[in-house]
Design a protein around this ligand. Structure first.
Ligand code: AMP
Length: 159
């Protein structure tokens, strides 16, 4: 049941100086950071990461946004990590994301607003949707030797 998932803190998180605030939410929940790096995504790489969205109407805005500055990429590990991380992150549209979630607490964009302005929805963070996507994204962003095995001091209480 202990599994890994992929998380990216998007350019709006980095530019707003929210890396620490957001990272802390995962650490507070007892999740383990197994891999971490900063990367400036190219258009080609964005197309590989968002391969299921490339043909969608919002893709151009999303590509422009995800390539406009560096992102923080992470491998996060824990019990049911995929589901747990998405619960902490909140729903995709910040306007409807519940208070207490990352998107609900640190953003408020709506699809209605961003569609009219033809811009990407600024929702701070990406988290793999399911185990298959997590496996693909971890393999795309990280090499095996960039993912670390170690014990956290509180692991016996959370895993
Ligand atoms: P996801 O793979 O669910 O993380 O979706 C990728 C990203 O695409 C989201 O985080 C949003 O930035 C964007 N996105 C997803 N659905 C929409 C939508 N209906 N309109 C605009 N942007 C979207």
């Amino acid at each position: 049941m202990v599994e890994q998932t992929f998380v990216a803190l998007k350019p709006d998180t980095v530019q707003r100086g929210l890396i620490g605030e957001i990272l802390k939410r995962f650490e507070n929940a007892g999740l383990k950071i197994s891999g971490l790096k900063m990367r400036w995504v190219t258009k080609d790489f964005a197309k590989q990461h968002y391969k299921s969205h490339v043909k969608k109407a919002f893709y151009n805005g999303l590509e422009k946004f995800i390539t406009e500055g560096p992102v923080i990429a992470m491998v996060v590990e824990g019990v049911c990590a995929v589901e747990t991380v998405r619960k902490i992150v909140g729903s995709t549209e910040p306007k409807t994301a519940a208070p207490g979630t990352i998107r609900g607490d640190f953003a408020h964009h709506s699809y209605n607003y961003t569609d009219k302005k033809k811009i990407a929805i600024k929702n701070l963070i990406h988290a793999s949707e399911n185990k298959k996507e997590a496996q693909y994204e971890i393999g795309l962003w990280f090499t095996d030797d960039e993912i670390h095995k170690y014990k956290t001091t509180h692991e016996k209480h959370t895993q």
